[in-house]
Design a protein. Structure first.
Length: 272
């Protein structure tokens, strides 16, 4: 491979076999269930990186269950939790956990923005004719199959004004270990991503955004996937909407490696 071909490689495997190309990445007709709730301060504190603090006296989280019928990465399900948090006076939605069921967005999400993606089993369903609980949309997350990590449900009872939704940038921790033993990470940074997501509209011109009674539970106390640290204390509101958006490069808002004092004693050893 010549230098020109190497420089043209955006992702591994280098050359013509790259896993994904550069942004932007198109998402169309994305169907989201998202539920806001209050969480335990101690559990939230255990998941925020240095310098990032809860934005609310009682921490507020938003759980997401997503079906993506079309994207540049293909169709897939996704589930994640956001924490309303602040960094240097700016309010963000900080993302500590995220699952998906497609390896391409998993790889791109981890490598470009630092999203802590893992593969999981997700299912979205609604009651139909002859079945009970037909007014509710249900989204379940399992990892591994059979161990329920999160359950979301919502009854779409009325339209919701999109102007009332809070629009915040996403914040994530991009951490890449060093290839050599005993050295600080190769990358340790906070990454900001801004997403503009227009709503689809119905035939009568109303936006496809509904609210109604909603519930979310973190079902397993898994030490491998400790979503239970963000278990709801009180559900605040829930929504279902259909969106289009594009994902672009993020912006590094803080480089932890620039803080030499943080690494003077060497990187902490991982615990088992």
């Amino acid at each position: 491979m010549d230098l020109t071909s190497f420089r043209a490689s955006f992702s591994q495997p280098i050359g013509p076999a790259q896993t994904y190309g550069p942004p932007p990445y198109a998402y169309r007709g994305v169907e989201d269930i998202f539920i806001a709730y209050e969480a335990d301060p101690e559990g939230v504190a255990a998941l925020l990186p240095p310098g990032v603090e809860p934005a609310d006296p009682v921490p507020t989280c938003i759980a997401w269950g997503r079906w993506t019928p079309f994207s540049s990465f293909g169709p897939y399900h996704e589930a994640y939790v956001m924490i309303r948090a602040t960094f240097e006076g700016q309010t963000f939605l900080y993302q500590p956990f995220i699952f998906c069921d497609n390896e391409i967005p998993l790889t791109a999400g981890r490598e470009i923005w630092g999203y802590a993606k893992k593969l999981a089993v997700m299912n979205r369903s609604s009651g139909g004719a002859g079945t009970p609980l037909g007014e509710q949309m249900l989204f379940t997350v399992e990892r591994p199959r059979g161990q329920r990590i999160m359950t979301m449900a919502i009854a779409c009872e009325r339209l919701y004004d999109p102007e009332q939704l809070e629009d915040l940038p996403v914040l994530s921790t991009r951490l890449i270990p060093n290839s050599e033993s005993g050295k600080p990470p190769s990358v340790a940074e906070l990454v900001r991503l801004d997403v503009v997501a227009p709503l689809h509209t119905s035939a009568d011109g109303t936006p496809k955004l509904w609210t109604g009674r909603a519930s979310v539970t973190m079902d397993a106390r898994s030490p491998v996937d400790p979503w239970h640290l963000l278990s709801p204390v009180r559900v605040l509101d829930g929504w279902f909407g259909v969106f289009d958006f594009d994902l672009f490069h993020g912006k590094v808002v803080h480089d932890y490696l620039a803080d030499e004092a943080m690494w003077q004693e060497g990187p902490p050893q991982p615990t088992v």
